[in-house]
Design a protein around this ligand. Structure first.
Ligand code: ATP
Ligand code: MG
Length: 249
């Protein structure tokens, strides 16, 4: 079975710090992979390697059959990669619907097939509405972001990422800053996202929600891959538990 994404023996050094030290990671199509590890484990750095923001000192990143190690971020997005960042930055002057419609319009610019179709604003708005329904925001589609709680903005961020029709969606701490009820609802939403054409990687410190919704886990510690496999097997390991002692946020 060929992986959607393979990170092979990647090392990242920042001056004297080795943030990632020969880590390996694979994501199968259609999966929801929980990516956990203590603070400073190199999780965000790994995301940046995958999105092309950070170039590894060694190793390769393969995505959808291509070696993308030297590709620009824009080329990677065109190839089906999307990222929802921890800090949400919607366009404040636009409604949620227009925020998502704009992202749908961007998709047109990045896809050669979509670019051949006539620019159709009504279609873009319909598609945006469908995406807002998918993330549970249909009833506030006409509102502006500033009036809405963080939980809504995080959902909006996911809808904007989905507008790019990615094959792989990377989520870096989407539950951070949410209260328990919002975090649970967001985790439920994330659990519903993967399908035949979409895999999701969830970086999260909220271990309770990760263990509840992720069937597979990747654990990184000190820049190294510590464990990878079915959630129950990974969490049964003594070294994984040790890495988490005193970390339970
Ligand atoms: N741009 C940078 N320049 C220098 N050092 C960096 C840079 N980015 C990350 N680091 C260092 O690399 C290591 C890994 O950091 P990273 O942010 O990837 O960890 P993380 O697992 O995402 O942590 P957290 O759970 O706190 O978000 C840390 O020691 C960090 O200080
Ligand atoms: Mg981080």
């Amino acid at each position: 079975m060929s992986a959607l994404l393979s990170v092979r023996d990647v090392t990242v050094r920042f001056g004297g710090i080795t943030a990632i030290d020969g880590a390996r990671l694979e994501v199968e199509p259609g999966r929801l992979l929980g990516f956990i590890g203590p603070n400073g484990a190199g999780k965000t750095t790994m995301m940046r390697v995958i999105t092309g923001v950070v170039r590894p000192s060694a190793g390769q990143v393969l995505f959808r059959g291509s070696d993308i190690t030297r590709w620009s971020t824009v080329a990677r997005i065109r190839h089906g990669l999307a990222l929802a960042q921890q800090i949400v930055r919607p366009l404040r002057a636009l409604t949620l619907l227009d925020n998502v419609a704009l992202a749908v319009g961007h998709r047109r610019l990045t896809s050669p097939v979509a670019a051949m179709l006539r620019h159709d604003r009504r279609r873009e708005r319909e598609r945006a509405h469908t995406l807002l329904e998918r993330v549970g925001l249909a009833e506030v589609a006409g509102q502006r972001p500033e009036a809405l709680p963080l939980g809504y903005l995080k959902r909006l961020e996911v809808a904007r990422a989905l507008a790019l029709e990615p094959a792989l969606l990377l989520l870096d701490e989407p539950l951070a800053g949410l209260n328990q009820r919002e975090a649970r609802a967001m985790a439920d939403l994330i659990a519903e996202l993967p399908g035949p054409s979409l895999a999701v990687v969830l970086i999260e410190h909220n271990l309770g929600e990760v263990l509840r919704v992720c069937p597979t886990l990747y654990v990184q510690d000190g820049g190294r891959a510590l464990a990878f496999g079915p959630t129950s097997e990974v969490m049964a390991r003594a070294d994984v538990r040790a890495a988490y002692l005193g970390v339970g946020r």
